[in-house]
Design a protein around this ligand. Structure first.
Ligand code: DGL
Length: 267
C-alpha cells in the first residue's frame, strides 16, 4: 500500500498522476479537510498536522508515503522522515525543483505556490542546490486554490487572476523574464491553462504532480518495492465533509467519486 497525504482534495492531482504511473499499486489517500488550508498556517502548525496525518496513514501498512501537499513537504518533510524512519517518504518539492533546474535554459525560474511554501524557501533552496547560478522568483498565489475548488479553473476570472500574479514578472520583464515556471501547489495543475495564457507559449511549465509520480515509480523500482502486476486499488479518507470531498475531488481526480467511497477518520 502506498500512502498519499494532502491537506484536502488538491493532492488528488498528484494521486491522478500516481495512478497513471503505477496502475498496479494499491493507494490510500488522506485529505485533512478538517484543517485545510495549510498554505496560510504557520510552519509549526502544519508540521504538527503533517506528523499526525503521517502517523495515521502508517497504520494502514505502507511501503511508501507520498507527501502530496507542497506546503507540508516544504515545512515538515524532515520531521515526517524522522518519525517514519523505516519507510521511504517522498515529498513534491525535490522532484519539482529537479525538473525545473533541468528544464530552464537561462536559470531564471519562477515558482508559484502558497504563502507557507514561499515563506519557508524550500523550492528556492532545492533549485539553488542543483543550479547555483539560478535566479528563483517565488510568488504566493493563494487565489488559485479557491478558484480551483470553486470550479473556476479556466475562463476570464482565472485568466484575470493569472495576469494579476504573473504580469509583473513575465510580461513586464521582456527578455529578462523567467523561462520556466513551477506549479508548486497541488491545486495549480487545475488552473494551468489560465497560467499558460498569461505567460505565453514559450515558458516551460513544470507540473510537480507529474514529476513526483515519476520519482515515486523510480524510487520503488530501485528499492525492489514496485508491484509487478495486478489490479491496484484506492481507498479515500477525509477528516471532514466526505460529501464535499467527493463532489470537489471528482474534478481533481477526473473521475466520479461516490460519497460512500470516502471514509471519515479522526486524527
Ligand atoms: N495542498 C496545499 C499545497 O500544495 C494547497 C492547499 C492548502 O493551502 O492547504 O500547498
Amino acid at each position: 500500500m502506498i500512502g498519499v497525504f494532502d491537506s484536502g482534495v488538491g493532492g488528488l492531482t498528484v494521486l491522478k498522476a500516481l495512478l497513471r504511473e503505477l496502475p498496479a499499486e494499491r493507494f490510500v489517500y488522506l485529505g485533512d479537510t478538517a484543517r485545510l488550508p495549510y498554505g496560510t498556517k504557520s510552519a509549526e502548525t502544519v508540521g504538527r498536522y503533517a506528523l499526525q496525518a503521517a502517523e495515521a496513514l502508517a497504520g494502514y501498512g505502507l511501503k511508501c508515503l507520498v507527501m502530496a501537499c507542497n506546503t507540508a513537504s516544504a515545512v515538515a518533510l524532515p520531521a515526517v522522515r524522522a518519525q517514519l524512519s523505516t519507510l521511504p517518504v517522498i515529498g513534491v518539492i525535490e522532484p519539482g525543483a529537479e525538473a525545473a533546474a533541468a528544464a530552464s535554459p537561462s536559470g531564471r525560474i519562477a515558482v508559484l505556490a502558497t504563502e507557507g511554501t514561499v515563506r519557508g524557501g524550500a523550492y528556492q533552496q532545492a533549485i539553488l542546490r542543483r543550479r547555483p547560478d539560478a535566479q528563483v522568483y517565488a510568488l504566493p498565489a493563494p487565489l488559485f486554490v479557491a478558484l480551483a475548488e470553486e470550479g473556476l479553473s479556466d475562463g476570464p476570472i482565472a485568466e484575470a487572476v493569472a495576469h494579476h500574479y504573473l504580469d509583473a514578472l513575465f510580461a513586464a520583464a521582456g527578455a529578462g523574464a523567467p523561462d520556466t515556471l513551477v506549479l508548486g501547489c497541488t491545486h495549480f495543475p487545475m488552473v494551468a491553462a489560465a497560467i499558460r495564457a498569461a505567460v505565453g507559449p514559450a515558458v516551460r511549465i513544470v507540473d510537480s504532480a507529474e514529476t513526483t509520480a515519476r520519482h515515486v515509480r523510480a524510487a520503488l523500482c530501485q528499492a525492489g518495492l514496485a508491484q509487478a502486476g495486478g489490479q491496484g486499488g484506492l481507498r479515500l479518507l477525509a477528516t471532514d465533509a466526505p460529501e464535499r470531498f467527493a463532489r470537489i475531488g471528482a474534478r481533481f481526480l477526473e473521475r466520479p467519486i461516490g460519497e460512500r467511497e470516502v471514509e471519515l477518520i479522526d486524527l
